[in-house]
Design a protein around this ligand. Structure first.
Ligand SMILES: Cc1cc2nc3c(=O)[nH]c(=O)nc-3n(C[C@H](O)[C@H](O)[C@H](O)COP(=O)(O)OP(=O)(O)OC[C@H]3O[C@@H](n4cnc5c(N)ncnc54)[C@H](O)[C@@H]3O)c2cc1C
Ligand code: FES
Length: 508
């Protein structure tokens, strides 16, 4: 980690969590294997699912395209809460009170699962119970918070309405959800990884699932050709690595958010905070070397559609200055999460035609509890137990109002990105770029992406995303090429950093 003093941003984006966990490494799969269940994806969803399934006595293989916990879970802010922004009033309006309550219960149960496991296994992961707060600053947001409080009362959510925050900020109203939690996600999941190994589960890293074969039973096909034959497949790969005619690329989009970890003038308060209004702001503290450090997050936007990404960090820095005063920024990082059309995750059988292929995705930046709830639901589906949350989360549920409207606009957006870039003829040439600058350029009249590093070396790629052909955009904060359609990300060399794309951008 390279931290600059005097409030400057660290040069490269590194999450705090990885540096303070001891994860080890796992081999790459290089020969065919058999298992009861193949779990694809080593984030909180895949690891918790694999952990639960080995407790059932099943033979499980867990694979990850990269290293375990280097996806969104490794870049989270790790609030463990059922307070997912202002959502319950909206769910009551659109899904009905019963389903809104089920969503709350599934997430509360997930919180209790994490808390009980931490107690039972005495997991040293800085778990602490905290209240969660949403605050409003404008009249309009105040009305929304009041409606949300009414929804809490209808659903029996243990909450309260107050008017002040324990840091300097004028607020109209503050909605509390009591007895929620925060933790160190990687220290917690490390113990689950050990639990998978102890029960005979096998784990492989740098093993990319590319397809599903259905000739004799089911098999996950990996990029280097090795296959895993199995009875069930769980896609915990964030964006499902296999679509199975579920058309998830038309039903989901990715949003990127930013985080800084900063030493502050005033000690960060107890509690976890979230703004009711936009741009989003999130605050919690984390203990680093015995000191309370503020984790300030937010400034989310659709992937590939932000301003210069460094400006997002600057915005968080200004917020931190305002509320606590910033002494030093120790870390900065960003990541993305997926949104479904009705804001409820897709968890369960991918389609009715593929009953043994299960997915869990679309957590809308609330995956600590949603990912855990997913694992518990998928476990029940695999062992054949009834689960009351099955219909709520079903990936093939009918997409009703208001999703339909968003469905159409989301698709138009994707269509726009498909066409837009192809017509665009940038005037800039690779030689016009300054040092450490990237952007869309023209090479022999063709649209291309170029990045010139600190030494003047230029790396050029075709900007056509290898997933479904949208045009990638330059992300200066992370020095990557990001696709606005479904969130694939590529390095300056064109290599895949994040799916659903599984092929690199063409190098030019
Ligand atoms: C900035 C930010 C802050 C957040 N803060 C919070 C918070 O405070 N509380 C909260 O509850 N949630 C939060 N979230 C959301 C939460 O972090 C995510 O919802 C959650 O981590 C998703 O977990 P996952 O296991 O589904 O996906 P991931 O953690 O992304 O794991 C998926 C894994 O699958 C692997 N993979 C992908 N494709 C393949 C393939 N083809 N083959 C093999 N492996 C593959 C990837 O390498 C990756 O390791 C936040 C999200 C962001 C972006
Ligand atoms: S076209 Fe789907 S991620 Fe790029």
């Amino acid at each position: 980690m390279e931290a600059n003093h005097f409030n400057e941003l660290p040069k490269s984006p590194e999450p705090y969590w990885r540096e303070s966990a001891n994860l080890g490494s796992f081999p790459t799969l290089d020969a065919d294997k058999k298992a009861d269940v193949c779990v694809v994806g080593g984030g909180i969803t895949g690891i918790t699912t694999a952990y639960q399934l080995v407790q059932e006595g099943l033979k499980v293989i867990l694979i990850d395209a990269d290293q375990l916990l280097n996806g969104t879970t490794g870049h989270t802010t790790a609030k463990v809460t059922a307070q997912h922004g202002l959502i319950y009033d909206e769910f009551i309006q659109h899904l009905g009170q019963e389903k809104a309550k089920l969503y709350y219960q599934a997430n509360q149960e997930a919180l209790h699962y994490i808390r009980d496991l931490v107690d039972l296994k005495r997991i040293q992961c800085d778990f602490s119970e905290q209240n969660a707060y949403i605050y409003s600053q404008t009249e309009q947001d105040d009305q929304k918070v009041l409606k949300e409080f009414e929804a809490y009362q209808k659903l029996g959510i243990d909450g309260d309405l107050t008017y002040e925050l324990p840091f300097s900020m004028e607020t109209k109203s503050v909605l509390v959800m009591k007895n929620q939690a925060q933790f160190h996600p990687l220290q917690y999941l490390q113990v689950l990884i050990d639990g998978i190994k102890e029960k005979g589960g096998e784990i492989f890293e740098h093993t990319v699932a590319t397809d599903v074969e259905k000739t004799r039973g089911l098999a996950v096909v990996t990029k280097n050709g090795a296959k895993i034959e199995c009875d069930y497949i769980v896609a915990g790969s964030h964006f499902p690595f296999y679509d199975g005619k579920g058309f998830f690329f038309t039903r989901m989009y990715a949003e990127r958010s930013y985080v800084i970890a900063a030493k502050t003038e005033k000690e960060p308060p107890e509690g976890m905070y979230y703004s009711a209004g936009q741009p989003s702001r999130s605050l919690r503290y984390v203990n680093i070397n015995g000191e309370k450090v503020a984790l300030i997050g937010g400034d989310g936007h659709k992937t590939g559609e932000g301003k210069d990404t460094l400006e997002h960090y600057e915005a968080l820095k200004s917020f931190g200055e305002e509320v606590l005063g910033i002494k030093e920024i120790l870390y900065r990082w960003s990541a993305q999460d997926l949104y479904t059309l009705d804001k409820v995750p897709y968890i369960g059988r991918i389609t009715s035609g593929h009953p043994n292929i299960l997915i869990a995705t679309g957590f809308r930046k609330w995956g600590m509890t949603n990912g855990t709830a997913a694992a518990l639901l998928l476990q029940d589906l695999i062992v054949g137990r009834n689960n009351k949350y099955k219909d709520l989360f079903s990936p093939s549920r009918f997409v009703a109002d208001p999703s339909l409207k968003k469905f159409i606009s989301s698709n138009m957006n994707v269509a726009g990105h498909l066409i837009e870039g192809k017509l665009d003829r940038p005037s800039k040439k690779p030689e016009d770029l300054g040092l450490d600058e990237g952007g869309v350029v023209s090479i022999n009249g063709r649209r291309a992406g170029a990045y010139k590093d600190d030494k003047g070396e230029v790396f050029c790629v075709d900007t056509t995303c290898t997933h479904l052909g949208c045009e990638v955009e330059w992300n200066h904060g992370d020095r990557s090429w990001d696709c606005p359609c479904h969130g694939s990300r590529f390095s300056i060399h064109g290599d895949v950093l994040e799916g659903p794309a599984d092929k690199p951008l063409e190098k030019l």
